[in-house]
Design a protein around this ligand. Structure first.
Ligand SMILES: [Zn+2]
Length: 132
């Protein structure tokens, strides 16, 4: 079904980190002894698509067509939730990204977030993610 373009915000249950090699640790001036510590990075992802269910499926499977970010999460066993979906494609995506701090845009991290008139309701999101 053609519903038009959508912009979505993914919230990951914890920050996506990656293990540092010793070389990288030296470059960043970190101790070699704490070898298995993780470097926390981002906990959110903003993207846009013309087929929400298909795109989220790609992210969930961590396939090569999915963003490298969700591939990394998949490898680390970190789950994500689709926390916002807005009407509109790349224009809306850039609008959200321009506001920088994704954490403030996320209703899980910031329960006081002001939703936009472009935001879909939770039941609209559910029905687009599970198409009949
Ligand atoms: Zn969040």
């Amino acid at each position: 079904m053609d519903r038009g373009n959508r912009t979505y915000l993914l919230h990951f249950e914890k920050p996506i980190g990656r293990k540092q090699s010793n070389g990288a640790r030296e470059r960043y001036g970190l101790s070699k002894r704490k070898r298995n510590t993780w470097t926390p990075t981002a906990q959110h992802y903003v993207g846009s698509t013309d087929d929400l269910a298909r795109r989220i499926g790609e992210h969930e499977r961590g396939r090569s067509s999915a963003a490298r970010f969700t591939q990394a999460a998949k490898r680390e066993g970190i789950l994500f939730r689709v926390v916002r979906v807005l009407r509109g494609g790349t224009d809306t995506e850039y609008e959200i990204k321009r506001r920088k701090n994704s954490k403030k845009q996320c209703p899980v991290c910031n329960p006081n977030v002001k939703l936009s008139s472009k935001d879909l309701t939770q039941s609209e999101i559910d029905s687009e993610l599970i198409p009949f």
